[in-house]
Design a protein around this ligand. Sequence first.
Ligand SMILES: N[C@@H](CCC(=O)N[C@@H](CS)C(=O)NCC(=O)O)C(=O)O
Length: 138
Amino acid sequence: MSSSLKPLVLHAHSTGPNPFKIAIALELLSVPYDVKLWDFGDDPAKGLKGATFLKINENGRVPALEDPNNGVVSWESGACLNYVRRRYDPDGQKLGPRSASGGKPSEQDIVDFEKWEYFLLTTLGPMTGQTNWFRYVC
Ligand SMILES: N[C@@H](CCC(=O)N[C@@H](CS)C(=O)NCC(=O)O)C(=O)O
């Protein structure tokens, strides 16, 4: 990845698992990024529900991702991941979707990518989170 890129800012929480998905994608693509950690709660300067962070993500959750190279701000891990893919892996060489033959991905290749992406985002991630929460926290 070009060394002239300004580091992206990945907004995260020290124990929250969702921002890791974005960090993994950025690492895989060698895109430089800095992590900014926030607290849970509504502290105006440090909290996810505080005025400063709500200007970045009005939904008050991490991950959120800022790209100072073009001013794009994204949040929700799926939206962040898809932004990173489109912008920094436009041919899908590292993250996909890829075709087995090396040509342009077919509609089936794209669906095969998206079905696992959505399974991760809507099922595996949330269910794993609930299991950990109810087994270890409650
Ligand atoms: N569906 C969201 C979930 C985001 C989420 O719940 N993040 C947690 C940390 S991993 C959070 O910010 N929790 C704080 C809260 O819900 O107030 C995504 O995939 O980005």
